[in-house]
Design a protein around this ligand. Structure first.
Ligand SMILES: [Zn+2]
Ligand SMILES: [Zn+2]
Length: 206
């Protein structure tokens, strides 16, 4: 079988099959990072004793990179940016901190450092490509071999990240509205972070 003849239906194995097919549908491919996303999501939710995919908003995910990985996390947990149950702290890492919103209990989940090599042990004997070895390995590897879990404490409490619905103020300088208490107060004046000098962009002078 040539690589291009392999369909993702053949690659998604039980018991993650349904989640992996759902995760890969919008991408048109199944990749190792989506599988890791699903595995991290299931492990994190289990460690916090939260049933997933969640119907409510008890579980909050802070993901440390963007891309395909997020589809796996989202499919497994129901945490999503547009539901305000996920945020990206872009450290360029395949890792997630899951938080129980009610108790503030938080646990960071990441693959162990050697999983890429270990994956070969779970691939078919004749598999030559590392990519496919990872596809098999990340699905089949027992959780304790694949993942490390570590309790953490958020420096910015999850309540601050989520904030409250309906809170809004206007920036005293640019006049734009700020929601979710993202304003800063300088000398008693309410400013957006951009006007307070914490901007991520510059406006080129003409
Ligand atoms: Zn991908
Ligand atoms: Zn402003």
């Amino acid at each position: 079988m040539k690589q291009n003849d392999i369909k993702l239906e053949h690659l998604a194995l039980a018991p993650l099959r349904e989640l992996l097919l759902a995760s890969s549908a919008p991408h048109g491919h199944l990749c190792p990072r989506q599988i890791l996303g699903v595995r991290l999501g299931l492990a994190g939710a289990k460690a916090l004793n939260i049933e997933v995919p969640q119907q409510d908003k008890n579980l909050f995910a802070i993901v440390e990179t963007d891309g395909c990985f997020i589809s796996g996390v989202q499919t497994a947990t129901g945490c999503a940016v547009n539901r305000r149950t996920m945020r990206i702290e872009d450290l360029g890492k395949i890792a997630v901190t899951f938080v129980n919103v009610k108790t503030e209990e938080a646990i960071r989940v990441a693959p162990k450092n050697d999983v890429r090599e270990k994956a070969w042990e779970y691939a078919p004997k004749n598999e030559k490509k590392r990519y496919y070895a990872m596809l098999y390995g990340y699905q089949l590897m027992p959780e304790e071999e694949l993942l490390k879990l570590e309790p953490v404490k958020l420096l910015n409490p999850v309540g601050n990240i989520i904030s409250k619905a309906g809170v809004r103020v206007d920036c005293a300088k640019c006049g734009e509205e700020i929601i979710n208490e993202r304003e800063v107060v300088q000398d008693g004046i309410i400013l957006c972070r951009t006007c307070a000098g914490q901007s991520y962009y510059l406006v080129p002078s003409t």
